[in-house]
Design a protein around this ligand. Structure first.
Ligand code: 9MR
Length: 370
């Protein structure tokens, strides 16, 4: 727990384990409790940046292609499949003895434009089957888990809370069950995940997201959908205040009752105070990480954590919004620090930041629920 003033007694909560944790990597800290730690990676950067490559090899036991397995990457034009980049990533992971999450099979933002147009016109499951079939058959022996359906809910669009995606438009709400059935057939031993975001904060929008997500999961379980695990993306956002431990606990109880484990799949922290000192910013990011992981790891059966990137150098949050610019004029002068978001475990220079230690401490300290 946090001490007064927000200072973090890193090892006090688990003094007994402290000596063993010292020097552990994130992967080792996770494995200590039977979990896995990993990160989304970009193969072009791994090839180009030796220090990043080293950090990935050292800290991660599981790798997730940040974008290389998306349909629009693999089949940018109809019938033209290109596996070079994802092959390179899978080869790297395999050579280094890392596990892999296949990401992402059904995601509205991963559909190439040509396919959206064709799906809208023909409603032809064969198109989907083609891409998913190719990818899963090619990698099923090397990939341990799959994000099968991603971001299926978006409350406000329909009475069932589902996102009105191209999949829903073409195949109706039954597409989710169909997607999992297809995936199970192609990867009988893979851990199949349904993932979503916006499930951490106690505000009206996220309350609705939790509600509709649970309703969807209940329906899928009722229909016998082969769903193994729920992915909690965990894109934390300091602009929204602090994560709500009670809301997360209540949500996870429902999943426990349905006998579903979870994975934190895309952990990172969006900042709100870019002009504070780097030290203060890092403390806020670490505190939010700790609050979140304390809630998820203690209340859910959490099989592992993957951060969405490993170092601030490669965060997808690197592009600061126009609103951020407006709120903090001058903060990005000349592109110098504090211009970048500091929401991942390692700094731009690949040095561990307080978030790293918060993550490692939680992974080490909190036992996996059985
Ligand atoms: O971080 C990813 C970024 O590099 C890609 O350009 C983008 C499109 O493929 O996807 C980003 O990752 C998203 C993930 O696949 C699903 N959840 C939200 C992530 C951030 O947008």
């Amino acid at each position: 727990m946090m001490a007064a003033g927000g200072a973090v007694p890193l090892l006090a909560a688990n003094a007994f384990d402290a000596p063993a944790q010292n020097g552990a990597t994130l992967a080792q800290a996770a494995a200590h409790n039977g979990r896995v730690y990993g990160a989304a990676v970009r193969i072009r950067r791994i090839d180009a940046e030796q220090d990043y490559r080293q950090a990935v090899v050292q800290e991660c036991a599981l790798l997730v292609p940040e974008y290389e397995m998306n349909w629009n990457e693999i089949e940018p034009a109809y019938g033209q499949l290109s596996f070079d980049r994802i092959d390179a990533l899978v080869d790297f992971a395999t050579d280094q003895g890392k596990k892999l999450r296949g990401h992402v099979l059904f995601w509205h933002l991963g559909v190439p434009e040509w396919a959206s147009a064709m799906l809208r016109e023909r409603r032809d499951w064969g198109l989907v089957n083609h891409y998913v079939g190719f990818v899963m058959t090619r990698y099923r022996d090397l990939v341990h888990q799959w994000t099968v359906v991603n971001e299926a809910i978006d409350p406000g669009q329909r009475s069932d809370g589902l996102r009105n995606s191209i999949y829903l438009e073409a195949f109706g709400p039954g597409y989710i069950h169909r997607a999992f059935t297809l995936a199970r057939g192609l990867a009988p031993n893979g851990l199949l995940l349904l993932s979503d975001y916006g499930l951490e904060y106690d505000n009206a929008e996220q309350r609705a997201r939790r509600y509709y997500f649970l309703k969807l999961i209940e329906r899928l379980k009722g229909a016998g959908t082969p769903l193994d695990c729920i992915g909690l993306q965990g894109h934390l956002d300091l602009r929204l205040g602090q994560v709500s431990a009670p809301a997360i606990a209540a949500f996870l109880r429902e999943l426990n009752d349905m006998n579903l484990p979870v994975m934190v799949t895309e952990l990172d922290v969006k900042e709100s105070q870019y002009v504070a000192s780097a030290q203060e910013r890092d403390r806020m990011v670490a505190d939010e990480t700790r609050r979140y992981l304390d809630a998820v790891l203690s209340h859910g059966r959490c099989l592992g954590v993957t951060t969405w990137g490993l170092s601030d150098r490669h965060s997808w949050i690197i592009e600061i919004t126009p609103q951020d610019y407006a709120r903090f004029p001058g903060a990005w002068k000349n592109g110098e620090s504090p211009g970048i978001n500091r929401g991942l475990p390692l700094s731009w220079e690949m040095k561990p930041k307080p978030m790293y230690f918060a993550l490692r401490d939680a992974l080490w300290r909190i036992r996996l629920r059985r």
